[in-house]
Design a protein around this ligand. Structure first.
Ligand code: HEM
Length: 442
């Protein structure tokens, strides 16, 4: 028997005057949200915005992520944020359907398991370089170290050996570009975008900075092509792209995508490293387990427990508390009619904090991931489906290796008590006091 699909009008509606309550789904403690009374699905329909279905019905969520042809993630980002101006509309996350599938296949190999092993040494080297600059025995903001580690690893892994003069120019161009993204001017543009129908006002200073980064990358692509002999000794991401089908794209497109990878990877990784440090400082039992493994020189035990710590931190502090998809055409999602242009929002943090999916969901307990790896349906830090984060595996390996290398040389002083609250950062959550911890010698 076939049922007529429900229309959005038949689902509970969140009144416009209660819209502010949505903020409660973006901060830890979602289980206290009055929105839970509306059930697993509700509709938000503020004037001037597309209709939005917020759902944590897991059948809806599964079906949404599986339907790559009727939904777009890029159109959500461009409706609510200035990500399209930051990344460029031709980068992976803004592509849909077959075009996305084709490009994703080309960009994926350097981020798959086989390639990941070849980056491990580079990751260790970056920690060895940064660690001596961090204070010992006094509080410091680990988030800042997280940013330094994230960019150090990215430049090493994505570009590999670059001639010193060009490397300096690349670093400077990237840092000025990131600075422009943080500028007040661009922040104003970002805040305005959702209010003016998703149109991102042109912001020439950002465009100039992006062009400067692209120019150095294009120079580097040309230099790689001109290198005599084969490039098999080079393991970096760019060298893995040069000479492949991707290299048939125009150089501008390849440069833009390389820049997109840097941007997608940088902040997310840095913030996650900050949260891991804050969580470890606040949970002496977890720290004791890591100390025992590190003191015994038991690398396997250290790695296994660290993987569990990383997964548990990402469950309770996913960088993005939401993801979503916008309907490219009229479609049906698990028996609900979704008109073209409507948006479906998945409240990731709410799912991560739900007692239906996790026992004692608000407790930081890495042990839950020791026997069982995170379940791809209810652990959604990297999203899911065809647009699932391209760098997910990379980010997990990186977090484990960076912390393993740090913990082999330092302890994190226990600071039991409440974990730092989060502060809103673009669409995500970052530790409010920049992950203030104290390192001690090991
Ligand atoms: C802790 C670190 C990271 C987090 C939390 C994170 C999170 C995410 C999320 C939530 C998405 C959207 C997925 C969806 O809506 O289904 C995404 C997409 C993406 N991420 Fe990440 N990310 C991280 C690190 C990285 C790294 C290290 C890279 C590259 C080296 C990367 C590259 C990308 C790319 C290219 C996409 C778009 C994929 C596509 O559209 O096919 N990310 N990421």
């Amino acid at each position: 028997m076939s049922h007529t699909p429900l229309s959005l009008r038949e689902l509970p509606l969140l009144r416009t005057r209660h819209l502010g309550q949505i903020g409660g789904l973006m901060r830890p403690g979602t289980h206290r949200s009055p929105l839970l009374e509306l059930g697993e699905r509700f509709v938000v329909s503020p004037p001037g915005f597309p209709d939005m279905l917020v759902t944590h019905d897991m059948d809806d969520v599964r079906e949404l992520f599986a339907n790559h042809d009727d939904f777009s993630v890029g159109q959500v980002l461009s409706r609510f944020s200035s990500h399209d101006a930051m990344f460029g509309k031709q980068t992976l996350i803004f592509l849909d359907g077959d075009e996305h599938r084709r490009e994703r296949r080309l960009f994926a190999p350097p981020f798959q398991s086989k390639a990941l092993r070849s980056y491990e040494e580079l990751m260790v080297e970056v920690v060895e370089r940064e660690l001596p600059t961090w204070p010992v025995g006094e509080p410091f903001e680990f988030l800042k170290a997280g940013y330094d580690l994230a960019i150090g690893v990215l430049l090493a892994v994505v570009f590999g050996d670059v001639a010193p003069a060009r490397r300096d120019r690349l670093k400077q161009a990237v840092s000025q570009w990131f600075g422009e993204i943080e500028s007040r001017g661009f922040l104003a543009v970002t805040l305005l975008t959702p209010l003016i129908g998703g149109y991102t006002l042109p912001y020439p200073p950002l465009r100039r900075r992006q062009a400067e980064v692209d120019a150095v990358i294009i120079e580097e692509i040309a230099a790689r092509r001109a290198e005599p002999g084969d490039r098999s000794g080079r393991k970096d991401v760019l060298s893995r792209y040069v000479g492949t089908e991707l290299d048939q794209h125009d150089d501008d497109a390849l440069a833009r995508n390389m820049r997109g990878i840097l941007l997608g990877a940088y902040e997310t990784t840095a913030i996650t490293l900050g949260w891991i440090a804050a969580m470890l400082a606040g949970h002496p039992q977890a720290m004791a387990e890591l100390d025992a493994a590190a003191d015994a020189g038991d690398g396997e035990r250290l790695d296994a427990y660290l993987d569990a710590v990383v997964a548990e931190t990402m469950r309770l502090r996913p960088v993005s508390p939401f993801t979503g998809r916008r309907a490219l055409r009229d479609t049906v999602l698990n028996g609900i009619r979704i008109p073209k242009g409507a948006i479906v929002i998945v409240p990731i943090l709410l799912i991560h904090e739900s007692p239906r999916h996790y026992t004692d969901p608000m407790v930081f307990r890495p042990e839950r991931f020791l026997e069982e790896r995170p379940n791809g349906q209810t652990w959604l830090t990297f999203g899911a489906g065809a647009h699932r984060c391209l760098g997910a595996q990379f980010a997990l390996v990186e977090a484990r290796i960076l912390f393993r290398t740090v913990l082999e040389q330092r302890r994190i002083q226990a600071a039991p008590g409440p974990i730092e609250p989060p502060r809103r950062y673009h669409t995500g959550l970052s530790p409010a006091d920049n992950a203030r911890i104290t390192l001690l010698p090991r």
